[in-house]
Design a protein around this ligand. Structure first.
Ligand SMILES: [Zn+2]
Ligand SMILES: [Zn+2]
Ligand SMILES: [Zn+2]
Length: 219
């Protein structure tokens, strides 16, 4: 349970505004990652507050730079960085916990929020809005060229979603949608040559599915 830095009240569902004392908290990074703040402001601009973002090094397998707004604690990730962060923070998920997934979404996403398009912190072009994975509840703002903006609390929410098996569920849904029942699976042949060819074929499929998986997150 994350607590308010100012009054220690619990912050439910990674919502950063303390309902007791009104303090805004960095629920994503405070106490969860050891990070270094770069002293210089970056030339990227917060799409909510219109002030320069600060560069932060999360120190994940070496240097791992993201940008954070000092005021609203929103985070900006370069393409691919969210997956890396999710993979290194949440692993060993082997089953889908349906109830947990329902609950995390119920706590965080009760009210309707007004849809607002935000400008990319880098190029200032309006970003696209899309769902991150199946049933994550998180709508991301993405610039195809520069990366993804997440509101404060959303990366923590995505970690909980992944822990509940959300990413697995996403992948299953995709596979179901893509599987073509009319195409029969190739029969395995018994000769050595064929089994070598088949195992090569499997390797190639694996590589395909890993890169597919990464794209699938952003459908
Ligand atoms: Zn408080
Ligand atoms: Zn901001
Ligand atoms: Zn951009």
């Amino acid at each position: 349970m994350t607590r308010c830095q100012s009054c220690s009240a619990p912050l439910v569902a990674n919502i950063n505004l303390c309902r007791y004392c009104g303090t805004r908290n960095d629920v994503d990074l405070h106490g969860k990652h050891s990070y270094q703040m770069h002293t210089h402001a970056s030339d990227r601009i917060c799409p909510e507050c219109q002030i320069p973002l600060q560069t932060i090094d999360l120190n994940l397998h070496g240097e791992f730079l993201i940008e954070r707004c000092d005021k609203c604690y929103g985070l900006f990730f370069d393409p691919g960085e969210i997956e890396t962060l999710l993979d290194s923070s949440v692993s060993n998920v082997f089953h889908i916990n349906d109830e947990l997934m329902r609950n995390i979404n119920r706590e965080r996403y009760q009210g309707h929020k007004k849809v607002k398009y935000l400008k990319c912190p880098v190029c200032q072009v309006l970003m696209n809005r899309s769902n991150f994975g199946h049933r994550s509840g998180v709508v991301i703002d993405r610039c195809r060229d520069h990366g993804i903006w997440l509101e404060s609390g959303e990366i923590s929410h995505l970690m909980e979603w992944k822990k509940a098996g959300g990413q697995m569920l996403s992948e299953q849904k995709k596979q179901q949608a893509e599987s073509q029942p009319d195409r029969p699976a190739p029969a395995r042949k018994s000769s050595n040559f064929d089994s070598i060819m088949n195992s090569r074929h499997d390797d190639i499929n694996l590589v395909d599915s890993v890169s597919d998986m990464i794209f699938r997150l952003f459908d």
